[in-house]
Design a protein around this ligand. Sequence first.
Ligand code: ATP
Ligand code: MG
Length: 457
Amino acid sequence: MRKRLKNLQTRRMKKSKTFELKPFGKLSRGYLHHSTYFINIQHGAIRSSKTISSIVRWLKFIKTHHYDNFLMTGNTQTSLYRNVLKPMMAILDGLGISYDFRENKYIEIEGNICWLMGFNHEGMAGRIPGVTLGGWYADEVNTYPKTLVDLALDRLSEENSQAFWTLNPDNPYHYIYSEYIENEEKKSNEMVKVWNYTIWDNPNLSEQYIERTIARYPKGTLNYKRKILGLAAVAEGVIYSKFTEGLNTFDHTCPEYEDIKYDKYVLSTDYGPASVSVVGLFGIIKKLDGNEYHLLAEFYYDVNDPKNNGVQLSDKELVDGAIKLLTYHGKILKLAKWYTPHDAASLRAEIKKHKYRGKPIPQKPYTPDVLNDIQEIHTLFANSRFKISKECVNSIAQAQTYAWDEKARNQGEEKPLKTKNNDHCPDMWRAAILGTRSIVDNPFTESEDTYESYQME
Ligand SMILES: Nc1ncnc2c1ncn2[C@@H]1O[C@H](COP(=O)(O)OP(=O)(O)OP(=O)(O)O)[C@@H](O)[C@H]1O
Ligand SMILES: [Mg+2]
């Protein structure tokens, strides 16, 4: 497809405030002149001019590229609009360049179409324009599933097609670091070029703003490393440092996950009648080289959540909530086992009173082996064998905040920190993962059930 005639009828939406471009800092100037690689990545500190310089580069790129179809993506359409399109239109207005912006569809600038997409879940794969793309602008690229990044790169088949990515610092184990930013092979064969910003790289920020920001994020903190120095970092003491959103989470509506046939479903519990109780529904895929565990849904009750007015959950309500999980997006699941904490006798007594699909509920107590369990789960995260559905917001949050008790550590004891709300979900996961394994390893562990009922069905 050749470029369309430039005298197309163009239409502006509401005129945005114009943006007065001022001189960039040295790093951005280098980027503007030398971002000629296949993938050009700007990452680093907050407010460091990654976006403005990427927009200027992008406008020049689409204007001079021989092709007329391009892709612009953000985490969502809204964040793409807020972070990129709004300042881009203000810059265009300032330059007196007309454009035609069709919300959530495309923006056409001098005959060049930029398709607009939110890229935060794999379900968008089928919607990537079925055309060759001359270029791809990706905002917050670290928030996209890996499959979408690969698919969009596949589309850049035009000669001299290029990608321009921006991101703020993330967990160093994120695939964007291992596969691109830190990938020496790709960098040395000129596939990838990286520009890393600190807050001081933007001369258009006032001294006052920089000082105020540093005061908010003091030296030595995770935020200082990420927001001021612009470096990838994990919070010191975080237990599941390898947990990465995107790699260890999934969207159940994606065909890839919707159609999974699980070998076994189990429930797992952390029980705290006076604080937080949580039950998780796990789907387990049996594999010879190691099972995969997917946390599909969670039932989470926090007595201290203001909406619960300090009311405790009864054991019966907990059992009812757990049984509801077993109707999963319209499918009624077969329950292989419900794991309960070893010290939750009253809950077990309540479970015994209930039936599921006309039969007694198969249940089993689990006694944790804290350090060993953590080590096993850590490895599963690292190998992407434990994934959490995006619907399980509490588990996703706690995967990132479950931390070592540093005080105890300094006294030579290794144990997780007990804070109000960071360990309930990690405690809940353990039995579903380790419990199902020990069954296979050791059929004669104490139990009120028969060995046969533990086998993978
Ligand atoms: N060339 C420029 N001319 C005028 N102002 C600029 C320029 N570059 C950056 N700025 C100013 O600095 C601010 C931050 O720039 P930008 O939004 O590009 O940073 P960023 O690195 O993308 O920040 P974040 O990580 O928060 O998204 C802009 O809102 C703008 O006010
Ligand atoms: Mg930005």
